[in-house]
Design a protein around this ligand. Structure first.
Ligand SMILES: [Ca+2]
Ligand SMILES: [Ca+2]
Length: 123
């Protein structure tokens, strides 16, 4: 690098809908958030525990260019409570029902992942 040449960092690409969440300082290369990320909105697949942002950053100095990849992992916090899909559920029980007769209720869901999304039931 020649003494008067400055470095310039820019995003070449950011995966999916993440572009609006990240900024890169052109002079320092520091990546910062422009707003909070709601993990459950941007990584919607219930089976996917991992939520990654794939980024390509270009570093320019004069006519030279280097590209490197940055993989950012969006970790989950337990910010959703379990909830039933309906507010109430009606069950009819005959007085002749035997002890041990069981009844099902709708499955509750928790939008969080892994242990943060576990649901338990208690009377
Ligand atoms: Ca939760
Ligand atoms: Ca969460």
């Amino acid at each position: 690098m020649a003494p008067n040449e400055t470095l310039a960092f820019t995003f070449l690409s950011i995966s999916g809908q993440f572009r609006k969440y990240f900024h890169i300082n052109e002079g320092t290369g520091i990546i910062s958030l422009t707003s909070s990320i709601d993990r459950e909105k941007v990584c919607t697949s219930a089976e996917t525990l991992d939520c990654f942002v794939k980024t390509s950053v270009a570093l320019r100095s004069g006519i030279s260019l280097q590209i490197f990849k940055v993989l950012q992992h969006i970790t989950d916090i337990n910010d959703h409570s379990p909830a039933f899909p309906v507010q109430s559920h009606h069950i009819e029980i005959s007085e002749s029902a035997d002890p041990g007769t069981s009844f099902t209720i709708p499955d509750a869901v928790d939008k969080d992942s892994g242990n943060n999304g576990l649901v338990g039931y208690k009377l």
